[in-house]
Structures are given as structure tokens and as C-alpha cells.
Design a protein around this ligand. Structure first.
Ligand SMILES: *Cc1c(COP(=O)(O)O)cnc(C)c1O
Length: 378
């Protein structure tokens, strides 16, 4: 009966995107630079209270250029949170460096500061070198324990690149995610909190560094009257049309963040009488997740599997998704060292992402919660 499709995180347009796109077309700014790229960057800078933001073609490109700017190269090791999307660590390999994976803590599901410290000390003992960079992730919008991670990193003089691809609008101790490390990466892919259809940005701490990022993102062309190259560059700038979509999305960003938080609250209220699952919440008031996706975890005693629930919901046309399968469990990274105690494996086995798109109605959320309760009764 009630089988209209409910998707995990559907694109949610503001209605003003077309106006910005029309402006761009009116002046033939259908190129990978232009006034909308500038506007989008400035609006992100203001929103994040960050000195400089460079708009790029993808979040993956942002992580890649962050590593390039940090001087990551062949023979280096880079520490990355294991429980994440492959885009957090693939660029480490693009640079000819090797990833070292670190386990998550249970409440934030993000990089464990304790395991991070152990990994740094162990890698130094084994290789004689410190890792070249550290990539923590703000998974599903939940900030990592960024103060502790940055304190450990600076003790050893290692820069942090914060993967905030899922965390635009999240805050830790009142400061916006993406602004904590030497660099912060954002994504505007179609399913993220706001979209440019595809795109990303690198948050920088000064204009000069941002200039270097733009240089690398436009094929590393030296300032001469002819094409002259002293280094390898990339074609990573965001198109002006995509940036125009981003401007339309910035008009409603606060709205979208509030709605995602509201959806999590609604799930928490509706599932309060369902002892088999726990809805993720901010561990304490230093954390203020955007709750890009609401996640639940199964209680220890539950006999059913999260995969059973995923299929049960799918049969009712409800899309849910397993948590990120940790990178140290991926065949492609089987060679990489891992420092952990089994938490990310357990999180993966016991967690599920629920439909959380900002365009979902309260009725949609109620239908999902109801199906979850039915599942445990069946
Ligand atoms: C989406 C995402 C990225 C990559 O962003 P793209 O824009 O898709 O390249 C990186 N890290 C995480 C954690 C993400 O969720």
C-alpha cells in the first residue's frame, strides 16, 4: 500500500539555482572560472569563518590537492581514519604514498585519538619516520575529537587534513567543521547536504596557500606569456555553472542543516520505545553534528542482522545503507597497516544509515520508524 519510494539522501533544490545559472549563461560564463565561482567561494568563507576557500571539481580533488600542498609523496605514510568512504584515502595512493589506518571510537565513530597516538609512535619505531599527514573524518556529519587529534598531531609536528565532506554546517566547540586542520575538504556531490551536482572545496588558512591550490588546480601554469610548467598540475577547478548551483544552495544551507537535525530528533523520538536500536546523538555539548545521515546501531543482544533490516526496508521501497565498511577490511588496502581494537568492525556490523534527505516529510520518517518497529516484531 504505502510503497512510495523513500531515498537515503535525495537532491533537494532551493528553486533559486536557475536564477544564478541564467545569470551565468547571460554573460557566457560557461567555463571553469567566473563570478559564480568567486561568489560561491566567498559565501563559503563567510559561512565557515575561514580565511580562504577554493572551489574544486570534487571533494576527492580537494583531499588530493591538500596532500599535494602538504608535500606528501612517494615513500611517505599518511594516517587515515579506517571507517570512511574510499575517497578519504585514495588520494594518498595517487601521490605514491601509503595509507596507515586507524580505528574509530564508538560514540563519534571517528578516529580514536588513543589509536592515533599509538599508530604515530609505532610507525616511527618501525620506519624511522613520522607519517607525513593525518586525515580524520567527520563521519555522517559528526565531528571527530578534533581538539585531541590536533594536539597529538602537533606534538609530533604532523599536519592534519580534515575530511569534512559530510560535515558542512557541523560544529565542534562552536567552530565550523572543515576549519580545524591545515586544510579541510568539503564535498558537494549529489547526495551531500548541499550540492553543485558534483564538486568540492578546499578550506585554507591564508590567501597565499589558496593561490597555490588554484595554481595546482589549473595545470600548474607559470606566469609567462606562453605555457610554461615547472611542476605537475591538475584540472580540478569547479565549473562556473556548478558554482551557480552552489550559490542557489547556499541560499538554503541553514534550512537544510536544521531539517537534517530535525529528522534525527524525530527518529530518536519515534524509536525511543524500540529498545533494539540506538539512534546516534552528539556525545556531549561540544559536538553539534549536522546529522547529514541519521545512523542507528543495534543493541548487543539483538539476534537479527542489520543486513536483514536493510533488506526488509528495501522490500517496502525504503532505501537505507550499511555504514562505511572500514578501509582495512577492503581487499584493495589489505597491505596497509592498521591500528585498532575492533571497534570499527563492530560499528560496521551493527549500524545502518536511515533515510535522512532534507526533502523527506515527517510522514516519511514515521513510516520508516514504523517499519523498523515492525521488523523487530516479525
Ligand atoms: C563524499 C565524500 C568524499 C568525496 O567527495 P566527492 O565530492 O564525492 O569526490 C570524501 N570523503 C567522504 C567522507 C565523503 O563522504
Amino acid at each position: 500500500m504505502d510503497s512510495e519510494r523513500i531515498m537515503l539522501s535525495r537532491v533537494h533544490l532551493s528553486g533559486t539555482e536557475q536564477k544564478y545559472i541564467d545569470e551565468a549563461f547571460a554573460d557566457d560564463w560557461v567555463v571553469p572560472l567566473g563570478p559564480h565561482v568567486d561568489q560561491f567561494e566567498h559565501r563559503l568563507e563567510k559561512y565557515l569563518d575561514a580565511p580562504a576557500v577554493v572551489a574544486l571539481s570534487a571533494g576527492t580533488a580537494a583531499i588530493h590537492l591538500g596532500l599535494v600542498l602538504l608535500g606528501v609523496g612517494r615513500g611517505d605514510e599518511v594516517i587515515c581514519q579506517s571507517m570512511t568512504f574510499a575517497a578519504s584515502c585514495n588520494p594518498i595512493v595517487y601521490q605514491g604514498a601509503s595509507p596507515v589506518f586507524v580505528d574509530s571510537e564508538r560514540d563519534t565513530m571517528n578516529m580514536s585519538p588513543e589509536m592515533l597516538e599509538r599508530a604515530i609512535v609505532e610507525r616511527h619505531r618501525i620506519t624511522g619516520k613520522y607519517p607525513k599527514a593525518i586525515v580524520p573524518v567527520d563521519l555522517y556529519g559528526m565531528p571527530a575529537r578534533l581538539d585531541e587529534i590536533i594536539e597529538i598531531a602537533s606534538t609530533f609536528g604532523i599536519p592534519v587534513l580534515e575530511d569534512a565532506a559530510e560535515a558542512l554546517g557541523s560544529e565542534y566547540e562552536g567552530r565550523r567543521c572543515g576549519t580545524f586542520g591545515a586544510f579541510g575538504a568539503l564535498s558537494f556531490n549529489g547526495n551531500k547536504i548541499i550540492t553543485t551536482s558534483g564538486g568540492g572545496a578546499l578550506v585554507c588558512h591564508d590567501a597565499e596557500t589558496a593561490g597555490r591550490v588554484k595554481f595546482y588546480a589549473t595545470q600548474a601554469r607559470e606566469n609567462r606569456p606562453y605555457y610554461y610548467h615547472e611542476t605537475i598540475g591538475y584540472n580540478y577547478r569547479l565549473s562556473n555553472i556548478s558554482a551557480a548551483i552552489g550559490c542557489g544552495q547556499m541560499d538554503v544551507l541553514d534550512n537544510r542543516v536544521n531539517r537534517r537535525r530535525g529528522i534525527r530528533e524525530l527518529y530518536a523520538a519515534l524509536l525511543a520505545d524500540c529498545p533494539q536500536v540506538r539512534v546516534q546523538d552528539n556525545p556531549d555539548n561540544r559536538f553539534n553534528s549536522n546529522f547529514w545521515l541519521t545512523t542507528i546501531s543495534f543493541d548487543e543482544g539483538v539476534s537479527q542482522s542489520v543486513e536483514d533490516l536493510r533488506q526488509y526496508l528495501a522490500a517496502d521501497n525504503i532505501e537505507s545503507r550499511r555504514l562505511w565498511r572500514p578501509m582495512h577490511m577492503q581487499p584493495v588496502f589489505a597491505y596497509a597497516p592498521f591500528y585498532g581494537e575492533g571497534s570499527s568492525e563492530e560499528l560496521f556490523e551493527n549500524g545502518l544509515c536511515l533515510p535522512s534527505g532534507s526533502s523527506l516529510t515527517d510522514n516519511d520518517i514515521a513510516r520508516v520508524a514504523d517499519r523498523i518497529k515492525q521488523f523487530f516484531k516479525s
